[in-house]
Structures are given as C-alpha cells and as structure tokens.
Design a protein around this ligand. Structure first.
Ligand SMILES: [Zn+2]
Length: 129
C-alpha cells in the first residue's frame, strides 16, 4: 500500500477511514442481529423503536453518537435501548479500523468488511439483550 499518495498511505488515515465505515456497517450489523433471528425483513419497515414503534429519524441513526447523545434511551418514549447496540457498533468500528490498517485500501478490504459484519451480526444475535 506504499504506492498510494498521502494521506491515503498513512496508518492514521486508514484507521479513521475504517472506523467511520465500520460505524456505518456496525449500524447495519445491529439491524441484522435484531431482525434475522426474528425472521423479520431487513428492508422494511424503516428503523424504529421496538417499544413505541416511532420511526427513527436521521439524528437517531448516527452510529455510536446517537446512543451516547440520548444516553441509551429512545428520543420519543425514553425506553431503554440496549447497550448491545453501542457494543456492536463499536466492535465493528474497531474491527474495520484494524482491518483497514493491516490490509490497506485494497479490494480485499471489502471482503474483510463483509466478513466482519457477518461475524459481528452473528455474535450480536446470540448475545442475550
Ligand atoms: Zn420509543
């Protein structure tokens, strides 16, 4: 990966890139971990609070930051949102960041991201909420 120009060749850039992509993928993994064991569609309905059924808006869906800003509570009904969601998003973020540093910005990184999401979603699905 030394043939990439700065800053793409820098480890800090690859870590930050991987962390941000991982946060978005982690949000997707939380959805998979919740819906697949319950045999729910992964396309519809839109993300919503399982307690009050309020559809989540853009501010509710920012990975990691939304959970922290709302201190693990639904904006609409104040129901507790499991720390598991934060854990899955953080785990995916760090795993993707590390993979990005190790592999670099190469096509194989996409396969690593897919594998990370699959593993994290399965682990997230079997952890009791
Ligand atoms: Zn709610």
């Amino acid at each position: 990966m030394t043939d990439l120009p700065p800053p793409f060749d820098a480890a800090w850039f690859r870590f930050a890139f991987g962390f941000i992509i991982g946060a978005a993928l982690g949000s997707f993994a939380t959805m998979l971990a919740y819906r697949l064991p319950r045999r729910l569609s992964i396309l519809f309905p839109r993300s919503h609070c399982p307690t009050c059924n309020a559809t989540l808006g853009a501010l509710d869906l920012v990975p990691i930051l939304s959970w922290l800003a709302m201190r693990g509570r639904c904006r609409h009904c104040c129901a507790e949102i499991s720390v598991r969601y934060l854990g899955i998003e953080l785990a995916t973020s760090f795993a993707c960041a590390i993979a990005s540093v190790v592999i670099g910005l190469a096509p194989a990184l996409g396969l690593a991201y897919v594998a990370i999401v699959a593993v994290v979603a399965v682990i997230g699905a079997v952890i009791p909420s």
